[in-house]
Design a protein around this ligand. Structure first.
Ligand code: GDP
Ligand code: MG
Length: 171
């Protein structure tokens, strides 16, 4: 039995989507990753004794996302929505994405990641600000992480797999 899931990271530009993927798939971190890249990565992992293969779509984050979001919703099984804890605009962007997703699929698994948790002294977003919107989804978790310090990165990707499994058990 193989577990293959196609997922995508969405969020405003500069929040660390590419670095989260680089950290998770290659244990690397780059200070100036190309902001325009839209690429796909794969990662094999083992969870609860099961082999899991993830195909992860990295998005550019500044597209006309009202159209693209529908395409992603058709093609992807789950989403990681990323904001930066030092950027209130990026939180608003995630909330907007949530609204658009909620209009279409309330039961799609969603992991909301507050990245750059290492920059706590410049914090502009409290984790509590995510609670309300997260509650509206059937399968949603949220966490703060740091791609730079490799903090809660693997956990975030594992959690999205668990959310997918939870949904599959219900259906
Ligand atoms: P993307 O546009 O969402 O793909 O963002 P990138 O992954 O390209 O990262 C944008 C910028 O934020 C880069 O300069 C990264 O080095 C920086 N960055 C990414 N993750 C972190 C993090 O966890 N902590 C800190 N301090 N900087 C980060
Ligand atoms: Mg990027």
């Amino acid at each position: 039995m193989s577990h293959f899931y196609q997922i995508a990271l969405l969020g405003a530009g500069g929040v660390g989507k590419s670095d989260l993927i680089l950290r998770f798939t290659q244990n690397r971190f780059e200070d100036c990753y190309d902001p325009t890249i839209e690429d796909q990565y794969t990662k094999n992992l083992e969870l609860d004794g099961k082999a899991v293969k993830l195909e992860i779509l990295d998005t550019a984050g500044q597209e006309e996302f009202s159209h693209l979001i529908n395409v992603y919703l058709e093609q992807r099984e789950a989403f990681l929505l990323v904001y930066s804890i030092i950027d209130t605009y990026s939180l608003e962007y995630v909330k907007k994405l949530c609204q658009m997703i909620l209009e279409k699929k309330r039961d799609i698994p969603i992991m909301i990641i507050g990245n750059k948790a290492d920059l706590d002294k410049n914090r502009r977003v409290k984790i509590e600000e995510i609670q309300e919107i997260a509650k509206l989804f059937k399968y949603c978790s949220y966490i703060e992480a740091s791609a730079k310090l490799n903090f809660s990165v693997t956990e975030s990707f594992i959690e999205i797999v668990r959310l997918i499994w939870k949904k599959n058990v219900d259906n």
